[in-house]
Ligand binder design. Structure first.
Ligand code: 26W
Length: 823
């Protein structure tokens, strides 16, 4: 195809095609088109270019019968597509020109896009960074997940409290997906199993479900940077299987049949907004099974259609389980191989183990997924049988390996011991036993996995365990979100860093250069001005772009300790009140993040931050030295405006609790300095950027553990520290709560009585460290130096490096070059 309207990349081609699509796709003349019409016309114009590369990629992969990665994840938090696709196709300038010539501002149209909020936080965003890096590295890959009709809720603030609103992200249409109604798989649920003899006289099991629904595919292109490779994100939507309910129709039970249809479509209606499992949520188990069976059936179909034998399935696909959410894949792949493809147990088990690998993302015991056995029996009776068989074989193995150690067998069992009604299926155990490799997401996290929650499994199969430290994509989180800094960097060292992040080291010699420092801080200042305008527009608070932007943006969680940050602000406030003329570096504290709707304490933490803001922002004695902002509705789009504007990145979780963190990487890569604990990837970031360029505070993991073992008493820290006393007094005062003294009592009580995350133990160290930050910020040249070195030394934290390690050490996959084809 040579026609420029569909594939041409020049500004003129784009302009023509854009007008054409406005008319032919949106059905509008420029006169009566809305901003969304223009956005859609541009998106479709881009999609035409993408489709050509996408089809070329698929065709190449089929012809070469490539080995592919399948990334199974209940969440993909991809962020807005338009800007990223322009960057990755390297056509930003031409398209900007074409839009200008058509009377539009490109950034305005980019801003029109409603992002697909198909994830909660770190885990979903990681999956998106990984998909983007795989495409850029030209690795054949497919992401499998759920096309939630409602993504993570939109957050608004009312009187300083979080309120949730449904996320109708599909309301104005989604130009980035292509529906594949012909790609549909049956999904069984419930019922019972039955033994029968097949034609060959072999004893087999069949599952007689009492519900049947259909999964249909929606594909979204994942565009690699500067290559023709475009991989697929395949998300499944549930539909009713009309034919199954024929009985209801025949019996005249029309309403019954309609009910069943609605129930089927409910399955993919909404993303669970928690980043901890809620026990026994039937629909969530159904969601997990639903997308996993669709994914596995699809892979088997692809494999067998191209002449592959199921015994060689693991040669065609390597399947990564993103946390335990898809871990039912262990039992489902076994079921498909045993029941549908008649493989003997040992062969099926071999294929299963060689296919799957599992990534763990959390050590928090309350976040480790389990399902009541009774629920499992009702929903997935055949899978429970298979899990019991896997478990019986596994426990026998354990008994011969560890004779007379029933305690260990009990700890490791895939199903918790006890009476049937209270037994739980342990998904992390199932994932570990069914996988060839288990990895954590940062060095410390992987070590702690081996020493704590997975210790018994590590003793049994030490070679299974490995680490792959997380990374983030520099295309979205630098090139797209920080064009100012990107231009400065590229001007000095060329644009090789975009796909070779360690090349940023070439900036190191410039860190000393005053002229460069100046331009660096100018770029930072521009982003601070931009963010200042956004803050003013959304919260009506005026912030000073010369002040230190001190930022903590992430899900609200006690272990992440946003309340420690808030206590520090109260401490500074007390100091100003005690001495109104005190010389303090002006700071703007910026928070953003959602709380799980049922997590009462996290919601109270939001109210605390907004109340601290009310107290501080308008106090004439504070005199603009402190400002506290809570930006509502944190999402990928908003995050992209915040990271580049930060001076200080708050990574202050209790040591040992944050598996990795990835926001920490995005900040540092954009030249923010980190104040942080020795937790997750902070440790590796500090190693890379240098201890002198990192503000370290707090207890180490070992210290946390021994303090806990000794019997930690927060009151002792409180008694011995007048500053803690003063902030705690302010916390429960009328002043902060505007007369409602009970408002923050639950928070204060939880600190006094348990302080599970040891805020009191770390308080002094944190405020001392913040005092250093304050002093260092006053020396602009030294701060600029540190800021440049932070960015220059972040090369390790590209998701390209993470993906390369998975490919080499876990997946054994190789890049495949794609030539552009035309029809
Ligand atoms: C509802 C069940 C559930 C349970 C756990 C949902 C989500 C989770 C996750 C494990 C939450 C999560 O996002 N974990 C984060 O994963 C990131 C990517 O590896 C890490 O950087 C974060 O430290 C980790 O908290």
């Amino acid at each position: 195809m040579t026609d420029g309207i569909r594939t041409g990349l020049s500004a003129e081609d784009f302009k023509q095609a854009f007008q054409n699509n406005l008319y032919c796709v949106q059905g509008k003349f420029p006169g009566n088109a809305t901003r969304n019409d223009y956005y859609m016309a541009l998106a479709y114009t881009l999609r035409d270019r993408i489709v050509q590369r996408w089809a070329s990629t698929v065709q190449t992969f089929v012809e070469k019968n490539v080995r592919a990665v399948a990334y199974l994840s209940a969440e993909f938090l991809v962020g807005p597509h338009l800007g990223n696709n322009l960057v990755n196709l390297r056509i930003v300038n031409n398209v900007r020109e074409a839009m200008e010539a058509s009377g539009h501002d490109l950034d305005d149209l980019i801003g029109q896009e409603e992002e697909p909020g198909l994830g909660n936080g770190g885990l979903g965003r990681l999956a998106a960074c990984f998909m983007e890096s795989l495409a850029t590295l030209q690795i054949p890959a497919i992401g499998y997940g759920i096309r939630y009709e409602y993504g993570i809720f939109d957050q608004a603030l009312r009187d300083g409290w979080q309120v949730e609103k449904t996320d109708k992200w599909l309301a104005l249409g989604n130009p980035w997906e292509i529906a594949r109604p012909e790609l549909r798989y049956p999904v069984k649920l419930g019922g019972r199993t039955e033994i029968y003899n097949d034609e060959g006289g072999q004893t087999r099991v069949r599952w007689l479900p009492d519900r049947l629904l259909i999964g249909t595919a929606f594909d979204t292109p994942i565009v690699g940077y500067g290559v023709n490779t475009i991989n697929t994100l395949r998300l499944w939507k549930s539909e009713a299987c009309e034919s199954f309910d024929f009985d209801a129709f025949n019996l005249g039970d029309y309403y019954g049949a309609v009910d069943e249809k609605i129930r089927s479509e409910n399955l993919t209606k909404v993303l669970y907004p928690n980043d901890e499992p809620e026990v026994g949520k039937r629909l969530r188990l159904e969601q997990q099974y639903f997308f996993v069976t669709c994914a596995l059936q699809d892979m088997l179909e692809i494999h067998t259609k191209t002449g592959g034998d199921v015994r060689g399935f693991h040669e065609k696909f390597t399947v990564q389980l993103n946390d335990t959410h898809p871990s039912i894949a262990v039992a489902e792949l076994m079921r498909l191989l045993l029941d549908e493809h008649a493989l003997p147990w040992d062969e099926a088990w071999d294929v299963t183990q060689q296919t799957l690998a599992y990534t763990n993302h959390t050590l928090l015991p309350e976040a480790l997924e389990t399902w009541p056995e009774t629920l499992f029996a009702e929903e997935l009776p055949r899978h429970l049988e298979i899990i019991k068989e896997i478990n019986a074989r596994f426990c026998n193995e354990l008994r011969s390996r560890y004779p007379e150690d029933e305690a260990r067998v009990g700890r490791m069992s895939l199903i918790s011991p006890g009476a049937e009604s209270e037994r739980l299926v342990r998904m992390a155990h199932l994932a570990t036993v069914g996988s060839h490799t288990v990895n954590g997401v940062a060095e410390l996290h992987s070590e702690l996995l081996k020493k704590t929650v997975m210790k018994d499994f590590y003793d049994l199969t030490p070679d299974k365990f490995t680490n792959v430290t997380n990374g983030v994509t520099p295309r979205r989180f630098v090139r797209l979100s920080n064009p100012e800094l990107s231009a400065l960097i590229t001007g000095e060292i060329g644009d090789g860093w975009i796909t070779d992040l360690p090349a940023l080291r070439k900036l190191e010699p410039l860190a000393e250069d005053e002229g460069f420092q100046h331009r660096w801080m100018e770029a930072k200042f521009e982003k601070k001005m931009q963010l200042g305008r956004i803050i003013n527009r959304t919260t009506d608070i005026a912030v000073d772009p010369y002040s230190l932007f001190d930022v903590q943006i992430k899900r609200l969680h006690e272990y992440k300790r946003q309340h420690l940050n808030a206590l520090h602000i109260l401490y500074l406030y007390n100091r100003i009140k005690a001495d109104p003329s005190i010389d303090l570096t002006p700071r703007t504290f910026i928070f953003a993040g959602k709380a799980a709707p049922g997590y009462v304490m996290a919601k109270l933490m939001i109210k605390l931050i907004t109340s601290v803001g009310d107290l501080v922002n308008d106090d004439p004695q504070v005199d603009g030295r402190l400002k506290v902002v809570f930006l509502p509705d944190y999402n990928v789009k908003h995050a992209q405006n915040i990271y580049p504007a930060a001076d200080l990145s708050e990574q202050i979780s209790t040591a040992g609790k944050e598996a990795s963190g990835t926001g920490n990487m995005k900040f540092s890569l954009n030249g923010a300095l980190t104040i942080g604990t020795l937790d997750g990837a902070n440790i590796e970031i500090r190693e890379e950027v240098g201890a002198e360029n990192f503000f370290l505070f707090g207890l180490t993991t070992e210290e946390v553990m021994s303090l806990k073992a000794e019997g930690y008493d927060p009151r002792r820290f409180w008694e011995e520290n007048d500053n803690i006393k003063a902030v705690m007094e302010l916390l429960v005062s009328d002043t902060l709560s505007k007369g409602d003294r009970d408002l923050f009592k639950p928070l204060a009580d939880s600190l006094f009585e348990h302080d599970q995350y040891m805020l009191f133990a770390d308080f002094q160290s944190y405020t001392d460290c913040q005092a250093n930050v304050e002093t260092e910020f006053k020396d602009t040249s030294s701060w600029a130096h540190k800021s440049i070195l932070n960015a220059a030394r972040m090369g390790k934290f590209s998701s390209d490096r993470s993906m390369h390690e998975y490919c080499e050490r876990i997946w054994r996959t190789k890049p495949v070059h794609v030539e552009l084809r035309s029809i």
